[in-house]
Design a protein around this ligand. Structure first.
Ligand SMILES: [Zn+2]
Length: 245
């Protein structure tokens, strides 16, 4: 059987488009193997500024906070890319960090959280991915704990396609500010994408205070993409800063 199966598997892999390399979150496709799956992903293991990290022992900093200015109401295109549920947006505002504006492109989910705060993993984390005109990324991470409902999540889940092969859904009225806690104190550090190719191009802002969603709302995503988080990475020669609102 092996003599039949090995060439067949090789032929299928060769026919697949480059981007369809099947990285995942466990087994032989899991984070320990990402660097070996594609030469362009070597930084996943060799990098010194990888994400996520455990956010602890932060240094109090006095610089200006991240100024988040998202649209009050926006529409979104909801896809399941096989790794997460992702919502693409346009003209939905952005964030100003260090005098530079970053435009909000998309947000997506991880369960459980990727970052940890003083060692603690939250049930879910939302990543709001922003890009500047120069192409660098600023991602805002928001922890989601179990509690009261997060109404806009219902709109996202309602538009979620049946699976990763189904057509995108449209969420007409998203209120992104529901994802922001009242207190905007945040951790800041320099890191990477948390998925291949793990590029070290991300200015991270992780809010120290969580928002809440109901256990059922969290379970809807957990069921679709369980264990969809990369383990924490070494801090190496980096600092974690914490700023007041
Ligand atoms: Zn993410």
């Amino acid at each position: 059987m092996n003599r039949i199966w090995i060439p067949l598997a090789a032929a299928l892999c060769a026919a697949a488009p480059a981007h369809a390399q099947h990285w995942g979150y466990d087994g032989h496709e899991g984070p320990q193997h990402w660097q070996a799956m594609n030469p362009d992903w070597a930084v996943c293991a060799a990098g010194q500024q990888q994400s996520p990290i455990n956010l602890t022992n932060a240094l109090q900093a006095n610089f200006a906070p991240a100024m988040i200015e998202w649209a009050d109401e926006t529409a979104g295109i909801v896809v399941d890319n096989g790794h997460t549920v992702q919502v693409g947006v346009e003209n939905a505002g952005g964030v100003t960090i260090g005098g530079r504006f970053y435009n909000l492109l998309q947000f997506h989910f991880h369960a459980a959280s990727e970052h940890r705060i003083n060692g603690r993993q939250a049930p879910m984390e939302v990543h709001f991915v922003h890009q500047s005109e120069a192409g660098d990324l600023a991602v805002i991470g928001v922890m989601v704990e179990r509690g009261d409902a997060l109404t806009t999540l219902d709109s996202v889940w309602a538009a979620m396609p049946a699976d990763s092969h189904a057509s995108p859904g449209i969420a007409a009225r998203l209120h992104l500010n529901e994802f922001l806690p009242v207190d905007r104190e945040s951790f800041r550090y320099q890191g990477s994408l948390t998925t291949p190719p793990c590029s070290e191009i991300v200015s991270w802002t992780v809010l120290t205070h969580p928002v809440t969603a109901t256990p059922g709302q969290i379970e809807t995503f957990e069921t679709r993409h369980p264990e969809s988080f990369r383990p924490v990475q070494p801090l190496n020669r980096r600092y974690v800063l914490v700023t007041d609102e």
